[in-house]
Design a protein around this ligand. Structure first.
Ligand code: GLU
Length: 314
């Protein structure tokens, strides 16, 4: 049976949204609505150290302010990753039963870097970790030291190809890339596991997000298949760059909190639509008015340099 077209917003409340996050949300909304689809709004507040309630509230307000509506999710707590640990635990045990999980005793710094969503250009390959190849006796000796390991997925020795809706076929030799974190040593489930389980269980059929996550798509498609689900189709959009680098919440790039003081929702939507190639000039427009103009063919493949913005003197 064909599954209903279902897209999603999946922001992390680790800061105020910036223009790049808004562009990703606008594209996700247009993609789903232009296809008569539904939208789920899930709050990815998995990491307690980085997530703040204030940011979660602000994310939802920003989307409402921009006129990007959703059908299911926030503020329902069932769509907060922090409340979904039981699903991640079950999936983790399912993978472990299939022999697809192994303990990793590498340092905390390596683990933390691996457990968050990757950034463009950041090496994903599991360099230097030989934990998957330890003998049973070596594992026992490490366990006896009383340290808690992180847990990694053991990907198969094959190439997984996804057909990205915007960038085309994208392949990854998963075995060569090596293991990736499913659960941190402090017990927190990692991004790759949570996002895959949620997309699967929430019936997401279409993932639209920034191209920094393109390199995660083959892993996520593989995890969903290993868990018995059907992977969504993936469609990544260009990033907005500032001085050659990706905008970042952590670097305090132009946040919606500032933009909302200087722009109307229509003005900001017009700027985003113009940057995305959907309008010839940054004229005020509503998201709904963009629907007949929306086509992925118009959206650039290259990243988009941040233009001068009216009154946004940051
Ligand atoms: N929560 C992730 C982020 O805000 C995005 C996850 C996804 O779209 O797969 O970077």
């Amino acid at each position: 049976m064909e599954r209903p077209y279902t897209g999603r917003f999946a922001p992390s409340p680790s800061g105020y949204m910036h223009l790049g996050n808004l562009l990703a949300m606008l594209l996700a909304w247009l993609d789903s609505r232009a296809n008569g689809g539904r939208i789920i709004f899930r709050m990815e507040d998995l990491d307690p150290a980085r997530s703040r309630e204030e940011y979660a509230q602000a994310l939802a307000e920003d989307l409402r302010w921009l006129g990007l509506d959703w059908d299911e999710g926030w503020p329902d707590p069932a769509y907060r990753q922090s409340r979904r640990e039981e699903y991640y635990r079950q999936a983790f045990h399912d993978l472990a039963r299939q022999g697809l999980v192994y303990p990793c005793w590498c340092t905390r710094a390596q683990r933390l870097a691996a457990a968050s969503a990757p950034h463009p250009g950041q090496a994903q390959r599991d360099e230097g970790c030989r934990c998957a190849r330890l003998t049973a006796a070596e594992r026992r000796a490490l366990a006896d030291q009383g340290r808690r390991p992180a847990w990694k997925a053991l990907p198969p020795d094959r190439t997984v190809t996804i057909i990205d809706g915007h960038y085309g076929p994208f392949s990854q030799a998963l075995g060569r890339e090596g293991g990736f974190i499913l659960r941190r040593a402090d017990g927190v489930f990692a991004y790759q596991l949570a996002v895959s389980v949620d997309d699967m269980l929430m019936g997401v059929t279409r993932v639209v997000r920034g191209r920094d996550l393109l390199s995660s798509a083959p892993r996520q498609a593989w995890l969903i298949q290993a868990l018995g689900g059907t992977p969504p189709s993936y469609c990544h959009g260009p990033l907005i760059t500032e001085s050659g680098g990706k905008l970042s919440k952590r670097l305090g790039s132009l946040s919606t909190q500032v933009l909302r003081r200087t722009c109307s929702p229509q003005a900001l939507t017009g700027i985003l639509a113009w940057m995305a190639g959907l309008l010839p000039a940054p004229e005020p427009v509503t998201a709904r008015e963009l629907l007949p103009l929306f086509s992925w063919d118009k959206v650039p493949l290259d990243d988009i340099p941040l233009p001068e913005l009216p009154g946004a003197d940051i």
